[in-house]
Design a binder for this molecule. Structure first.
Ligand code: PDD
Length: 287
């Protein structure tokens, strides 16, 4: 008998078990999971895994998809249908399926639930344990590689949601030294108090924005200079102008940071000019 998976209320053959392409787990890593070890077809440490699951969900403000009791029944059914005695049980709960947007969707979007169960060869596992294993070390960089355009966007999702709840359009991440790194889905710029264009250098732990790169060429052609030097939120508030860049936003003026207006609280003239120039450049070069 083949493996059976549970997907959103239905048990389906493993090979046909799919979630929608706009599932937020798939697109944004906006999901949590648990793994139970199975002995004699029963969940080990069941309580501990349920408690952590509920905590993970609540930290992300994802609703428990069903009661613990109901979930236990579904998990047991997955074990039963797969005839697993010794093995592993996997549960994943994502925020659900919604058109791609970093911020949370409305409450009408229900969490997605996926469960799989697999058997393992306990004797082989024990033989391996008897031999012992080797380990290697790796730098603790979870997640220090923001230069990679990965879909592991959960921190970005949470930051964007924070912005949305504050009536803002974007969140700027600030590093441990107090400098802005970049936005949750854009690069950050200011025209500082001295009139200099400033944006963070790409040696830092940020995404190398393509829009940022093209805009630099536009700026150079205009005979202007860019100072690739980080700035603090206070410098942004004291700046003449600010804006963000990205494929989703192009060049978008920023008029306030943390509720404090930048300049006179209106889009800056240079930001608006760069937006027009960028759009002209991008439109002309589009293939
Ligand atoms: N985001 N920084 C982050 C974290 C981003 O997600 C993006 C783009 C950028 C700007 O990169 P580019 O100029 O290459 O688009 C910077 C896309 C638009 C998104 O996630 O929707």
């Amino acid at each position: 008998m083949g493996r059976i998976a549970y997907v959103n209320g239905r048990f389906v053959p493993h090979a046909q078990a799919t979630v929608h392409i706009e599932d937020r787990g798939y697109q944004l890593a906006d999901a949590v999971y648990e793994v139970w070890s199975l002995f004699d077809g029963k969940m080990a440490d069941a309580e501990g895994h349920f408690t952590r699951l509920e905590r993970s969900l609540s930290e992300l403000r994802i609703a428990m998809p069903m009661s613990r009791r109901a979930l236990t029944l579904v998990l047991r059914e997955a074990i039963r249908r797969n005839r697993v005695r010794e093995g592993l049980l996997y549960l994943q709960v994502s925020r659900g399926v919604a058109p791609r947007d970093h911020a949370f969707p409305g409450d009408e979007v229900r969490p997605s639930v996926v469960i799989t169960a697999k058997s393992l060869d306990r004797a082989a596992v024990e033989a391996k344990a008897a031999r012992g294993v080797a380990v290697v070390t790796a730098p603790e960089n979870r997640w220090g590689r923001c230069d990679i355009k990965t879909v592991g966007l959960l921190p970005n999702v949470l930051a964007k949601q924070k912005a949305k709840e504050a009536g803002a359009a974007e969140a700027w991440f600030v590093d441990e030294l107090g400098f802005v790194t970049e936005g949750s889905s854009s690069n950050a710029w200011i025209v500082d108090a001295d009139g200099r264009l400033r944006t963070r250098d790409t040696n830092a732990n940020i995404l190398r924005g393509v829009t940022r790169r093209t805009l630099m060429d536009v700026i150079a052609r205009e005979g202007l200079a860019v100072d690739e030097r980080p700035f603090t939120p206070a410098e942004a508030v004291a700046a003449r102008e600010a804006f963000v860049t990205g494929a989703g936003t192009l060049v978008l003026p920023v008029v306030a940071v943390d509720g404090k207006p930048i300049g006179n609280g209106a889009p800056g003239p240079l930001a608006m000019r760069l937006r027009r120039l960028y759009i002209d450049e991008a439109r002309a070069g589009a293939v």
